[in-house]
Design a protein around this ligand. Structure first.
Ligand code: FPP
Length: 258
Protein backbone atom coordinates (compact mmCIF):
# COMPACT_ATOMS: atom_id res chain seq x y z
CA UNK A 1 0.00 0.00 0.00
CA UNK A 2 2.77 2.40 1.06
CA UNK A 3 4.74 1.48 -2.11
CA UNK A 4 1.71 2.14 -4.28
CA UNK A 5 1.23 5.54 -2.64
CA UNK A 6 4.93 6.31 -3.09
CA UNK A 7 4.83 5.53 -6.78
CA UNK A 8 1.62 7.59 -7.15
CA UNK A 9 3.33 10.60 -5.64
CA UNK A 10 6.43 9.93 -7.80
CA UNK A 11 4.13 10.08 -10.86
CA UNK A 12 2.43 13.22 -9.58
CA UNK A 13 5.84 14.89 -9.20
CA UNK A 14 6.10 14.94 -13.00
CA UNK A 15 3.35 17.58 -12.97
CA UNK A 16 5.45 20.17 -11.19
CA UNK A 17 8.74 21.94 -11.72
CA UNK A 18 10.94 20.81 -8.86
CA UNK A 19 13.17 23.84 -9.40
CA UNK A 20 10.25 26.15 -8.63
CA UNK A 21 8.84 24.57 -5.50
CA UNK A 22 7.73 27.31 -3.06
CA UNK A 23 10.42 28.02 -0.50
CA UNK A 24 7.83 28.48 2.26
CA UNK A 25 4.49 26.65 2.43
CA UNK A 26 1.98 27.43 5.18
CA UNK A 27 -0.95 25.13 5.90
CA UNK A 28 -4.22 25.56 7.75
CA UNK A 29 -4.92 21.93 8.64
CA UNK A 30 -8.71 22.10 8.78
CA UNK A 31 -11.46 19.51 8.85
CA UNK A 32 -10.25 16.90 11.35
CA UNK A 33 -13.52 17.01 13.26
CA UNK A 34 -15.69 16.72 10.15
CA UNK A 35 -13.53 13.90 8.78
CA UNK A 36 -14.21 11.92 11.95
CA UNK A 37 -17.89 12.82 12.19
CA UNK A 38 -18.47 11.74 8.57
CA UNK A 39 -17.16 8.32 9.63
CA UNK A 40 -19.28 8.15 12.78
CA UNK A 41 -16.20 8.57 14.96
CA UNK A 42 -15.48 11.06 17.75
CA UNK A 43 -13.76 14.29 16.66
CA UNK A 44 -10.60 13.32 18.47
CA UNK A 45 -10.11 10.42 16.04
CA UNK A 46 -9.94 13.07 13.34
CA UNK A 47 -7.11 14.78 15.19
CA UNK A 48 -5.28 11.44 15.49
CA UNK A 49 -5.67 10.89 11.75
CA UNK A 50 -4.51 14.50 11.30
CA UNK A 51 -1.23 13.70 13.02
CA UNK A 52 -0.64 10.88 10.51
CA UNK A 53 -1.27 13.30 7.63
CA UNK A 54 1.15 15.77 9.19
CA UNK A 55 3.90 13.13 9.44
CA UNK A 56 3.53 12.33 5.73
CA UNK A 57 3.49 15.96 4.66
CA UNK A 58 6.57 16.96 6.68
CA UNK A 59 8.52 14.08 5.12
CA UNK A 60 7.31 14.96 1.66
CA UNK A 61 8.13 18.67 2.00
CA UNK A 62 11.64 17.69 3.04
CA UNK A 63 11.83 15.40 0.00
CA UNK A 64 10.74 17.99 -2.59
CA UNK A 65 13.00 20.71 -1.22
CA UNK A 66 10.61 23.01 0.63
CA UNK A 67 12.75 25.15 2.95
CA UNK A 68 10.06 26.32 5.42
CA UNK A 69 6.83 24.57 6.37
CA UNK A 70 4.46 26.33 8.76
CA UNK A 71 1.42 24.51 10.12
CA UNK A 72 -1.42 25.91 12.21
CA UNK A 73 -1.53 23.39 15.05
CA UNK A 74 -3.43 25.35 17.72
CA UNK A 75 -4.82 28.88 17.51
CA UNK A 76 -5.38 31.47 20.23
CA UNK A 77 -9.10 30.84 19.59
CA UNK A 78 -8.88 27.05 19.96
CA UNK A 79 -9.02 27.47 23.76
CA UNK A 80 -12.79 27.95 23.28
CA UNK A 81 -13.11 24.21 22.50
CA UNK A 82 -14.28 21.72 25.13
CA UNK A 83 -11.58 21.02 27.72
CA UNK A 84 -11.55 17.34 26.72
CA UNK A 85 -10.70 18.17 23.09
CA UNK A 86 -7.99 20.65 24.14
CA UNK A 87 -6.52 17.94 26.37
CA UNK A 88 -6.38 15.46 23.48
CA UNK A 89 -4.83 18.02 21.14
CA UNK A 90 -2.15 18.82 23.71
CA UNK A 91 -1.34 15.18 24.37
CA UNK A 92 -1.20 14.45 20.63
CA UNK A 93 1.18 17.33 20.27
CA UNK A 94 3.43 16.10 23.05
CA UNK A 95 3.35 12.55 21.68
CA UNK A 96 4.05 13.79 18.14
CA UNK A 97 7.04 15.87 19.20
CA UNK A 98 8.50 13.08 21.35
CA UNK A 99 7.96 10.24 18.88
CA UNK A 100 8.96 12.09 15.73
CA UNK A 101 11.95 13.90 17.15
CA UNK A 102 14.60 11.30 16.24
CA UNK A 103 13.38 11.04 12.68
CA UNK A 104 13.04 14.80 12.25
CA UNK A 105 16.50 15.33 13.67
CA UNK A 106 18.00 12.62 11.42
CA UNK A 107 16.40 14.36 8.45
CA UNK A 108 18.10 17.64 9.47
CA UNK A 109 14.73 19.32 10.22
CA UNK A 110 14.75 22.33 12.56
CA UNK A 111 11.67 22.69 14.75
CA UNK A 112 10.59 26.24 15.57
CA UNK A 113 7.56 27.54 17.43
CA UNK A 114 5.37 30.47 16.42
CA UNK A 115 3.17 31.57 19.30
CA UNK A 116 3.09 32.12 23.02
CA UNK A 117 3.73 28.85 24.82
CA UNK A 118 3.22 30.27 28.32
CA UNK A 119 -0.35 28.94 28.88
CA UNK A 120 0.64 25.36 27.87
CA UNK A 121 1.22 22.81 30.61
CA UNK A 122 4.77 22.22 31.83
CA UNK A 123 5.11 18.71 30.30
CA UNK A 124 4.01 19.89 26.84
CA UNK A 125 6.33 22.90 27.00
CA UNK A 126 9.20 20.73 28.14
CA UNK A 127 8.77 18.33 25.19
CA UNK A 128 8.60 21.26 22.76
CA UNK A 129 11.58 23.17 24.19
CA UNK A 130 13.63 19.98 24.13
CA UNK A 131 12.75 19.34 20.47
CA UNK A 132 13.62 22.93 19.50
CA UNK A 133 16.89 22.83 21.42
CA UNK A 134 17.91 19.46 19.96
CA UNK A 135 17.24 20.52 16.36
CA UNK A 136 18.36 24.15 16.59
CA UNK A 137 21.56 23.67 14.58
CA UNK A 138 19.92 21.67 11.80
CA UNK A 139 20.12 23.26 8.39
CA UNK A 140 17.38 21.44 6.46
CA UNK A 141 13.64 22.06 6.45
CA UNK A 142 12.51 24.63 9.02
CA UNK A 143 9.32 23.24 10.49
CA UNK A 144 7.31 25.99 12.18
CA UNK A 145 4.60 24.79 14.52
CA UNK A 146 2.10 27.59 15.11
CA UNK A 147 0.93 26.91 18.65
CA UNK A 148 -1.31 29.15 20.67
CA UNK A 149 -0.76 31.37 17.67
CA UNK A 150 -2.97 34.21 16.44
CA UNK A 151 -2.05 36.75 13.79
CA UNK A 152 -3.66 39.62 15.69
CA UNK A 153 -1.99 38.67 18.96
CA UNK A 154 1.33 38.50 17.10
CA UNK A 155 0.84 42.04 15.78
CA UNK A 156 -0.22 43.40 19.18
CA UNK A 157 2.85 41.77 20.70
CA UNK A 158 5.07 43.33 18.02
CA UNK A 159 3.59 46.80 18.59
CA UNK A 160 4.16 46.52 22.36
CA UNK A 161 7.81 45.56 21.86
CA UNK A 162 8.33 48.34 19.33
CA UNK A 163 6.85 50.95 21.70
CA UNK A 164 9.07 49.60 24.45
CA UNK A 165 12.17 49.88 22.24
CA UNK A 166 11.19 53.41 21.18
CA UNK A 167 10.81 54.39 24.84
CA UNK A 168 14.21 52.91 25.65
CA UNK A 169 15.74 54.88 22.77
CA UNK A 170 16.67 51.73 20.81
CA UNK A 171 14.36 52.68 17.91
CA UNK A 172 13.38 56.01 16.36
CA UNK A 173 9.66 56.20 15.61
CA UNK A 174 10.03 58.01 12.27
CA UNK A 175 12.47 55.34 11.09
CA UNK A 176 10.09 52.40 11.60
CA UNK A 177 9.45 50.56 8.33
CA UNK A 178 7.74 47.33 7.29
CA UNK A 179 11.12 45.64 7.69
CA UNK A 180 11.35 46.88 11.27
CA UNK A 181 7.95 45.42 12.15
CA UNK A 182 8.83 42.09 10.57
CA UNK A 183 11.74 41.76 12.98
CA UNK A 184 9.27 41.75 15.89
CA UNK A 185 7.10 38.94 14.52
CA UNK A 186 7.43 35.25 15.47
CA UNK A 187 8.44 34.67 11.84
CA UNK A 188 11.37 37.10 11.99
CA UNK A 189 13.77 34.52 10.57
CA UNK A 190 11.52 33.31 7.74
CA UNK A 191 10.59 34.62 4.34
CA UNK A 192 6.84 35.12 3.78
CA UNK A 193 5.01 32.00 2.58
CA UNK A 194 4.58 31.95 -1.18
CA UNK A 195 1.82 29.36 -0.87
CA UNK A 196 -0.92 29.07 1.75
CA UNK A 197 -2.97 25.88 1.66
CA UNK A 198 -6.21 25.41 3.55
CA UNK A 199 -7.95 22.07 3.61
CA UNK A 200 -11.68 21.24 3.92
CA UNK A 201 -12.92 23.88 1.52
CA UNK A 202 -13.23 26.76 3.99
CA UNK A 203 -12.32 30.16 2.51
CA UNK A 204 -10.99 31.90 5.59
CA UNK A 205 -7.64 32.94 7.05
CA UNK A 206 -8.79 32.28 10.63
CA UNK A 207 -6.25 34.70 12.10
CA UNK A 208 -3.29 32.83 10.56
CA UNK A 209 -0.15 34.77 9.55
CA UNK A 210 -2.16 37.92 8.80
CA UNK A 211 0.91 40.03 8.03
CA UNK A 212 2.92 37.34 6.27
CA UNK A 213 0.30 36.18 3.73
CA UNK A 214 -0.15 39.64 2.18
CA UNK A 215 1.01 38.28 -1.19
CA UNK A 216 0.79 34.54 -0.67
CA UNK A 217 -1.03 32.47 -3.24
CA UNK A 218 -3.96 30.80 -1.50
CA UNK A 219 -5.02 27.31 -2.53
CA UNK A 220 -8.10 25.88 -0.83
CA UNK A 221 -8.55 22.15 -1.33
CA UNK A 222 -11.80 20.26 -0.68
CA UNK A 223 -10.38 17.32 1.24
CA UNK A 224 -10.31 17.34 5.04
CA UNK A 225 -6.83 17.43 6.56
CA UNK A 226 -6.59 13.69 7.38
CA UNK A 227 -7.14 12.94 3.67
CA UNK A 228 -4.54 15.47 2.50
CA UNK A 229 -1.61 13.50 1.10
CA UNK A 230 1.48 13.81 -1.06
CA UNK A 231 -0.61 13.98 -4.24
CA UNK A 232 -2.75 16.76 -2.75
CA UNK A 233 0.39 18.74 -1.97
CA UNK A 234 1.77 18.24 -5.47
CA UNK A 235 -1.56 19.41 -6.91
CA UNK A 236 -1.49 22.54 -4.72
CA UNK A 237 2.08 23.26 -5.88
CA UNK A 238 1.00 22.71 -9.50
CA UNK A 239 -1.82 25.25 -9.08
CA UNK A 240 0.66 27.64 -7.46
CA UNK A 241 3.11 27.24 -10.34
CA UNK A 242 0.37 28.13 -12.83
CA UNK A 243 -0.54 31.34 -11.02
CA UNK A 244 0.83 34.67 -12.16
CA UNK A 245 2.26 36.57 -9.22
CA UNK A 246 2.25 40.31 -9.81
CA UNK A 247 2.63 41.71 -6.28
CA UNK A 248 0.46 44.70 -7.19
CA UNK A 249 2.37 45.34 -10.43
CA UNK A 250 1.34 44.39 -13.97
CA UNK A 251 2.35 41.61 -16.35
CA UNK A 252 5.89 41.95 -17.77
CA UNK A 253 4.54 41.68 -21.33
CA UNK A 254 2.13 44.61 -20.72
CA UNK A 255 5.04 46.71 -19.50
CA UNK A 256 7.10 46.07 -22.64
CA UNK A 257 4.07 46.71 -24.95
CA UNK A 258 3.58 50.25 -23.64
C1 FPP B 1 -8.74 21.75 12.59
O1 FPP B 1 -9.69 20.75 12.55
C2 FPP B 1 -7.50 21.35 13.21
C3 FPP B 1 -7.02 21.77 14.42
C4 FPP B 1 -7.76 22.65 15.32
C5 FPP B 1 -5.71 21.41 14.91
C6 FPP B 1 -4.80 20.71 13.96
C7 FPP B 1 -4.29 19.54 14.68
C8 FPP B 1 -3.76 18.43 14.16
C9 FPP B 1 -3.49 18.23 12.73
C10 FPP B 1 -3.41 17.31 15.03
C11 FPP B 1 -2.49 17.61 16.14
C12 FPP B 1 -1.36 18.50 15.80
C13 FPP B 1 -0.07 18.24 16.04
C14 FPP B 1 0.95 19.26 15.63
C15 FPP B 1 0.40 17.03 16.65
P1 FPP B 1 -11.09 21.03 13.21
O2 FPP B 1 -11.13 20.31 14.48
O3 FPP B 1 -11.33 22.50 13.31
O4 FPP B 1 -12.05 20.40 12.17
P2 FPP B 1 -13.55 20.84 11.88
O5 FPP B 1 -13.49 22.21 11.24
O6 FPP B 1 -14.03 19.79 10.94
O7 FPP B 1 -14.27 20.85 13.18
Amino acid sequence: MQNRENSMSENALRNIDLNKVPKHIAIIMDGNGRWAQMRGMPRTMGHRAGVEALKRIVKFCHKIGVKYLTVYAFSTENWKRPQSEIGILMSLLKEYVRKQLDELHTNNVRIEILGDLSPLSADVKEAIYYACERTKNNSGLVFNLALNYGGRAELVNAVKQIVDDVQKGKLICSEITENTLEKYLFTKNCPDPELLIRTSGEMRLSNFLLWQVAYSEIVVVPECWPDFNENSLVEAVRIFQNRERRFGGIKKVEQTND
